[in-house]
Design a protein around this ligand. Structure first.
Ligand code: KIV
Length: 286
């Protein structure tokens, strides 16, 4: 797709204007409830955003970048600076999807005011349209505070990886009635607070279906149910970049093996001096 530069008359700014696609908006996404499934993938860099954007409705700059990009043991150490840097890269590499950026652990839980400071910084520094934050009933006042102040929010309930130290692991949630009822109440609270989408992660299928039926916002499932209003996966998981993937991930490729094979072939050619050849070297012009 060619990107042309022209004046955006809506903002009177010179913008790269993609033709013919226009970026989706939060209200359009909200209106997809119960309609065509919403396609969401994580993206962390500009080039990956370019490749994924034509196929996605939402590009999520997930705090999963802690493990995927930085090799951290969990999402807990991820910082606002990391999210802003990668968020800006993904916005630069996309033109169609709504870009949403995860609020990292510690950047929003203390108060709605802290959340507003972090979320507004993310939107200003990245150009993204929305933020995502984890938590249910406890986060509802914060979601309401942000949405009433111009910041669209994606909620995230069920398995919430930032709470790994409370949960004790990444297993599916909602197996006991009490926990299932709590997750349903969380989804309802986030919905009433104004989240325009809700990610439901790692819950039993029946619970995901109940949430999808009950809430007004589109529900995006991950390890949830085919009946959700959309699906999200971590891009590196679905491309087979890691040896181990969660049970709910379908591998659409085996990139780790292909990258390893390409690196092996390159190393062999360097060592045998069969790379570079005349095709890859500069000679005086004739
Ligand atoms: O951080 C992330 O990538 C996420 C998705 C798994 C939903 O939150």
């Amino acid at each position: 797709m060619s990107v042309t530069h022209s004046l955006d008359t809506a903002t009177s700014r010179a913008n790269p204007v993609p033709s013919p696609m226009k970026r989706l908006t939060v209200p359009k996404l909200k209106a997809m409830k119960g309609g065509d499934p919403i396609v969401m993938l994580t993206a962390y860099t500009a080039r990956w955003a370019q490749l994924l954007d034509p196929h996605c409705d939402i590009l999520l700059v997930g705090d999963s970048l802690g493990q995927v990009i930085y090799g951290l043991p969990s999402t807990v150490p991820v910082t606002l600076e990391m999210m802003c840097a990668h968020g800006a890269a993904v916005v630069r590499g996309s033109w169609h999807a709504v870009v949403a950026v995860d609020m990292p652990f510690g950047a929003y839980e203390a108060s709605p005011q802290q959340a507003f400071a972090s979320a507004s910084r993310i939107l200003k520094e990245t150009g993204a349209a929305a933020v995502k934050l984890e938590g249910g009933e406890a986060m509802a006042p914060t979601i309401e505070f942000l949405t009433h102040r111009g910041i669209p929010v994606i909620g995230h309930v069920g398995l919430t990886p930032q709470a790994v130290n409370i949960l004790g692991g990444y297993g599916a949630r909602g197996r006991e009635d009490q926990e299932a009822n709590k997750i349903l109440a969380d989804a309802r609270a986030v919905d009433h607070a104004g989240a325009f989408c809700i990610v439901v992660e790692g819950v039993l299928e029946g619970l995901a279906n109940a949430i999808t039926r009950e809430v007004a916002a589109p529900v995006i499932g991950i390890g949830a149910s085919a009946e959700c209003d959309g699906q999200v996966l971590v891009i590196d998981d679905m491309l087979g970049m890691f040896e181990r993937t969660p049970r709910f991930v379908k591998r659409y490729d085996d990139l780790a093996a292909r990258i390893g094979e390409a690196a092996r072939a390159y190393a062999e050619e360097v060592r045998s001096r069969s790379f570079p050849t005349a095709d890859q070297t500069y000679r005086p012009k004739a």
